[in-house]
Design a protein around this ligand. Structure first.
Ligand code: SF4
Length: 371
């Protein structure tokens, strides 16, 4: 297939759903790792088309959602320093910290800006050399190369007032941590296509073998996801535990070597807390000592403060597939996109936001709900 529309064509989507239902001998618990896939599943009613044969669990694949409160508190503290302009993505500014969000800090006078890429922040640093411009970098392997390249570019151009507050994280350690948690009952995974486009598939092959669980790396269109589920259910029914690449139009086994090179040059792994989940060994990316001059944490020399969720938000359980958004007593009542209590309701990739946006998509109206 060559055109996007072909991945949204209703007839093959329904045919594939029927085939999944025909071969599924039981209800399989499938976790999609990426928040973009969660939204596509909900938006297109795929979970309803497969009801009875597949239960979707929503994994920790939303970078805004997993950024710990302590990092938001730290970003707010840095934004309050004299001469600092703090930049991040729009969703990130709305996520509540322990006491306030970056948006409310801006209302209180801090210089907090919305940007669409790290290069926007780099340009801002170039234009205002008298201020420190701190880019609050969240994201997975997908965005880490661009962040790393911004640091490389800053060094090349001698832009010394560009700094990165790195809250970047890696997907494979989080999946390992989930699989090592006895309560998390995942039968198989839809692997994150965009992440694998950068990082490749070898990490997932090791996880599949270590935990005896199958993966199918998929894209984001409805037919991508439906085909991914079919290949996963085939493996599950046959008792196989391989990594299958459904998203071959984008993913190569070795990933994107130039992107990985930039990441490896500028960033190093470290243990990292995930919001509502806890510390996952080796799951964070921080600025390497070699690029310390561009590390906001090094520049401001403060340890991350301990912070508590404390408002009854169960996003941590949702991100581990242990609960669904509708299980949260606050869902749609005290918590909504206009008044979010947790990051999963704020983020455009969050599971709570997806359930709120697509509450009753009928499988009969697949044609209408396609975007
Ligand atoms: S509905 Fe709101 S409070 Fe409940 S888990 Fe989702 S974000 Fe947290």
């Amino acid at each position: 297939m060559k055109y996007l529309d072909e991945y949204r064509d209703e007839a093959p989507i329904r045919r594939t759903a029927q085939e999944i239902k025909r071969i599924a001998s039981r209800r399989w618990r499938v976790m999609e790792v990426c928040g973009g896939q969660t939204h596509s599943i909900l938006r297109n009613g795929i979970h309803q088309l497969l009801e009875g044969s597949v239960e979707f669990l929503h994994g920790p694949g939303c970078p805004v959602c997993v950024t710990p409160i302590s990092f938001i508190d730290r970003a707010i503290a840095i934004a309050g320093q004299p001469g600092v302009t703090l930049c991040s993505y729009g969703d990130m500014l709305r996520v509540p910290g322990s006491r306030e969000s970056l948006l409310s800090a801006r209302a209180g006078g801090a210089d907090v800006r919305t940007v669409y890429s790290p290069l926007d922040a780099l340009l801002l640093a170039q234009r205002q050399p008298d201020r420190k411009v701190v880019f609050f970098a969240v994201g997975f392997e997908t965005t880490a190369p661009a962040n790393a390249m911004a640091v490389l570019q800053a060094r090349r151009l001698g832009i010394s007032n560009f700094l990165v507050l790195s809250a970047m994280v890696l997907v494979p350690p989080a999946i390992r941590a989930l699989l090592a948690t006895p309560e998390v009952g995942v039968d198989g995974f839809l692997g994150p296509g965009h992440v694998c486009s950068v990082a490749g598939s070898s990490d997932y092959e090791a996880i599949a073998q270590d935990f005896r669980v199958p993966f199918v790396i998929t894209g984001f269109e409805p037919l991508d996801l439906m085909e991914g589920v079919l290949r996963l259910v085939r493996q599950l029914e046959a008792g196989e535990t391989c990594v299958v690449n459904q998203y071959s139009r984008s993913v190569r086994a070795a990933g994107n070597l130039r992107a990985r090179q930039a990441m490896n040059e500028v960033l190093v792994p470290e243990d990292r807390e995930w919001r509502g989940i806890g510390v996952i060994p080796g799951s964070g990316l921080t600025v390497s000592p070699e690029y310390r001059a561009h590390d906001a944490l090094a520049a401001y020399g403060m340890g991350l403060p301990a912070a508590e969720e404390g408002n009854g938000c169960i996003a941590g359980l949702i991100l581990q597939g242990l609960r669904k958004p509708a299980d949260c007593p606050a869902f749609g009542k005290n918590c909504s996109p206009e008044h979010p209590m947790g990051a999963t309701m704020v983020s455009s990739e969050g599971a709570c936001a997806a359930y709120f946006a697509y509450p009753s998509v009928s499988p009969d109206s697949l044609q209408e709900v396609r975007s």
